[in-house]
Design a protein around this ligand. Sequence first.
Ligand SMILES: [Fe+2]
Length: 386
Amino acid sequence: MTLRFDSPRVILTGGGCRNQTAEILSSLRARRTLVVTDPFFVSSRYLTEILSAMTEAGIAHELFRDFQPDPEDCNVVAGVEKFHAFGGDSILAFGGGSAIDVAKVIGASSANPGPLAAFQGYHRIVNAGPPLVVLPTTAGTGSKATKVAVITDTARNVKMMILDSKLMPMAAIVDYELTLSMPKPLTAHVGVDTLTHGIEAYVSRRANALTDPIAVSCIAKTQAYLRKAWAHPEDREAREAMSFAALQGGLAFTNSSVCLVHGMSRPLGVAFHIPHGLSNATLLPAVTRFSWRGAVSRYADVARAMSLVDEKRSNEFACESLVDCLDELNHELEVPRLRDCCGTTIDAFRAVVPKMAVDALDSGSPQNNPIVPAAEQIMELFDKAW
Ligand SMILES: [Fe+2]
């Protein structure tokens, strides 16, 4: 059996590794770099220092910050225009998953004329874009180590999943010190997203011997450190462990797959503008309760990696314990219920559930789930998560 594992060519981890950004860019022959950054970080000390080092290394730069959480096609178009107008030869993303995703697709789009919708799906990008270096400022999406980007097609009101190895960043610089200022709700939401990546990568029908150990380590680290990182934001050991777990989650799921949680999460984000991590967190317990009977020993491994049960307990007991733990985790981290995130009534929610179920299935992710659901079952799961 042939296995394939994609990853960034270079991965740096550890406190202070951001100081090597200019050196990494220089090694990629970058001379003119478009810096895609969250507006929040534009005047931050961290970014200012990195830009100064780039200037000293002879790398000209131009900032691009015209995008919002859950980026849209129009953000990418504006970024490509800026990249060409600047005469860019490289891209640096500094921010959360949205900044990284929009940077990936700006790069791909700059090298491939045509509508963005043509990229939707698997392996539709013909020409590789310019070198991309990413510095994540959250510990969650794993986007720094994935060949996936999600961009909303505003004409069709659909979150397009674009999967292509040409989206993989050339270098990922994972410096946990950039995550120290994450507020508690964001820490919780992207942290549960990291756990979701580990679990979905491990139970996926496409899990394999290369991804399994990384997924298990991601799960164990998240269980050991997420609560600490949330309760004590200044805890450096916990922040470093969560940054590492998020990197592992990205590496695992991009070489295995995400499953039903992510499939259902994307249409929720489009319909109700719920951020990615939060929508996944609200769905994880209900989807796990639905799915575990399709891969009992795998979910039991997850429970044991989280030290929820010992080897003497049955696999079924372990799976039930896992579902209970996921419910408790959301409660402990003050993750709201779906009904508290949507800003609408149950009737208005149910009116869009059929379309969300179809969009979830169309994304392809639910087909990797241990139990592949019918549209009606997805509708029931949305109701249960409400
Ligand atoms: Fe995710």
